[in-house]
Design a protein around this ligand. Sequence first.
Ligand code: SF4
Length: 246
Amino acid sequence: MDAVVLNPLPFQIVLPQLFQTFRVREGSATAEEVGRLAAEAQAIGRPKAIYRLGFIDEKGADYVVVDGVKFTSRILRVNLDSAQRVFAYVVTSGWELETWARSQEDLSALFWADRLNQAVLGSAYGAFQTQLKDFYQIGQTSRMNPGSLADWPLEQQNVLFGYLGQVQAAIGVELTESLLMTPTKSVSGILFPSEETFASCQLCPRPVCPNRRAPYDPVLLETKYRGQDPGASATETSAARPEIAH
Ligand code: SF4
């Protein structure tokens, strides 16, 4: 199936949630500043997504082939054990907000604009997931992101972008030389139906991470992902790339 572009994606900045996360007192000068910036972000933001529904042709010990494209990861392969289809995607908060956030003139505004931009991405990703689930009538899903675990390294971004096609032309997201995405508030990955919930954080021992979505499970790697294949070593798969928002 060809890639599909969703532009724009709906989003909502929930200020009370943001205030709670960053311990901002409602009614304070900071709250007033954040409220003003949030109104600007809500007016300017134009998050978007590109995705492609793919069907699995082949499953090896540490790879899957989707529509002729090989994704190499033991953990992805195990997670797709009972899956027949996947959704490759890139979701971004967009250049509109990236440019706006970078243009703030004082440190406080720069900080809050960045946080708001991140919140927009989170909200837009939620909308993307909901639209996908409604349209394709899928139940519970999980996702994996290139670079979140060494088992599926950042180099696989090239494969993912190649599979999706004209990502930059469609939604403005491109890969830097170090394979990070610009605009920076962008996420890429493969979403798949799953009976059990999976999050890369379960295999990531990083002690402090503001983005952690699930507790670290030190035995999961051995019990579920370490099969006969020697390619999935505990050292490799437990090492995370903390700089990536997963
Ligand atoms: S770095 Fe953070 S978000 Fe990424 S896998 Fe580890 S705990 Fe999860």
